[in-house]
Write a protein that binds this ligand. Sequence first.
Ligand SMILES: Cc1cc2nc3c(=O)[nH]c(=O)nc-3n(C[C@H](O)[C@H](O)[C@H](O)COP(=O)(O)O)c2cc1C
Ligand code: SF4
Length: 252
Amino acid sequence: MIIFYFTASGNSLAVAKKIGGELKSISQEMKCTDLNYEDDAIGLVFPVYANEPPKMVQEFLSRAKMKSDYFFAVGTYGMMSGNPFKYVQREAKKNGYQFDYTNCLLMVDNFLDNFDVKKEVQKIPKKKIEENLAVILADIEARREKEMPAGIMTRAVTKMCEPLYRGIVSGKMSEKFTVDDKCIKYGICANVCPAGNITVKESVQFSQKCEGCYACLHMCPQNAIHVKNEKSSDRWRNPEVTLKEIIDSNKQ
Ligand SMILES: Cc1cc2nc3c(=O)[nH]c(=O)nc-3n(C[C@H](O)[C@H](O)[C@H](O)COP(=O)(O)O)c2cc1C
Ligand code: SF4
């Protein structure tokens, strides 16, 4: 079993690790010219951004050629997932297959524009992450075929989020970031950026390839990177994932 994952603050990687199999980081795979894969089961785990998968995940699905008896996808999200599988299935269909099982898992919301990490951490017991993950793990183990239902309201909200999504993946999201004088130019931000969007010399420079993932904000050991009007002074890294694992996943 191969699992392709994308992660910024570790939630999706923590889920991918629990599912098991051969884990492949999408931001590393995207460096390869040969994106042909075949296995008995192929999975995808990604964070939901404005009800969609990250741009890099959609590009990966568009380029990759995959063969398997069983395809599954899990989206991790913090408040409202919408129907991210609309975009996942669309890319799969273009490549002649479809995901047999799709589901979302409510986790800590790392979108600092709207959420305070301290409050999100307090909500962990209510989110029943382990319980809900156990259901997903059992479904995948049993090779269950079931698509996450998306009613008319969910589909409408997902559609309404499209302009927001376009803003996130415009490449310019990092124009909203500032770096304060706690920055020691250690360069972790550059090493956790899956888009290679950051260079650190005399100062931290953002380019125009931002995926809007917020890894740089969450992984900075000095908490020196901020997004305009952020609601949180704390940052989040899933405790089941190390900083090294985020770097190994994302370093370009
Ligand atoms: C730019 C951005 C947009 C997001 N949009 C949504 C969203 O539409 N709905 C939601 O429930 N969570 C949203 N989130 C929260 C993440 O999907 C969630 O925290 C996810 O588990 C993070 O996964 P990771 O730790 O693997 O990066 C967003 C996060 C970011 C950074
Ligand atoms: S600049 Fe920051 S938010 Fe943008 S892709 Fe890189 S790590 Fe993610």
